[in-house]
Design a protein around this ligand. Sequence first.
Ligand code: SR1
Ligand code: MG
Length: 426
Amino acid sequence: MRDFTSGYFTMNEEDAVEYAQVQLSFFETGAKLECREIGDGNLNYVFRIVDHETGKSVIIKQAGPVARISDAFKVSPDRNRIESDILKLQGALVKGLVPEIYHYDPIMNCCAMEDLSDHEIMRTALLKHKKFPLFAEHITDFLANTLLLTSDVVLNHKDKKAYVQQFTNPELCEISEDLVYTEPFYDCEQNDVFEGTREFIRETIWNDQRLALETAKLKFDFMTKAQSLLHGDLHTGSIFVKEDSTKVIDPEFAFYGPAGYDIGNVVANLIFAYVSGSIIIVEKSAREDYLQYIETTIQQVIQLFTEKFSKLWDEKCSEPTAKVPGFKEQYLDSILEDTAAVTGLELCRRIIGIAHVKDITSITDGNNRIIAEKICLTAGKTFILERSAVRTGEEFLKVLHQSISQIKGEQTNDSIYRSHSISTIG
Ligand code: SR1
Ligand code: MG
């Protein structure tokens, strides 16, 4: 019998079953449980435990002392507390869009939560070119509510400062400061560059002093702008979807930062799906149909967020100075500028840095992967440098289309690139 109460250890599948039997009052006593470790993220262990007789199931998520992606990342298992706390808070702020937390254990650094196995990870689903027409509606409910209702615009300022303390997350923030804002923008040893793209990265990203200056400014915004309680890692691997439902998971990078960080992550990861689909889908009408869906979704995410945030502000704003005419518009404008910047940062860092996205790495033809990477980097750099000119969904799409045209124009060998797919949308 394992002792779960005297000290932390990382569990295996057998331990997780015993944990569920002993520490959770979720299953019947004596239930025959089966467990599988299903985590495919960079950091944690995720156990799915099922009682096949009753059909009941639960997820136990445990934070290890080092990241799965590399032992070099020593990350405090306290992130599991942050994740449990924020999921409870987000569940109260916006119903039905996050998993329910049943139990948190500060010794074993694990939590038990609702099993969402009837959903699929959004990145995996998008790689199969599935469409989720309600996604933009759901994710903008999540973004507008969580980002506005945790800010000084709505909260009593002492309560907000207590949240800032509760969600101070130095080690996970340091990972983002390094992996998102620093390493991709110089020839850092830890970067993981696809060799065929290296020279383009050197010329376009590493040798650009203006880009270095702008990313430095953005890094200081990330570290100092305690605007909203962020999810902190809202890529399509942190979102579960099915046709009529969206669930945001994995908020262990949560902290108080610039609201545009979460929105920019959503938009950038839709762009990865777009660039990937534009290259991988061979059949013309299927490709056009899928790309049209992603374009509409990007456009809707920006538009619906803007509308919902503005309406919610009118209903919930409690800070008198924030009611001064013009203040809301200026505040929203700055969130959208940050959104454009973070879209650019995420597009660059997933190509250059250590943590990639399958949308791009699963492109097996080397030349096509180089093209996809160059499109992402060109768009990424433009979003960062031109962020003050990007506000609407159309403007986001314009940067994407122009980047595609620019890279397409540079290709000397058209046979490696399905130009007809891009010219219909460029
Ligand atoms: C060491 S963690 C690498 C990346 O995985 C997470 O999901 C975050 O995106 C982080 O940057
Ligand atoms: Mg994660």
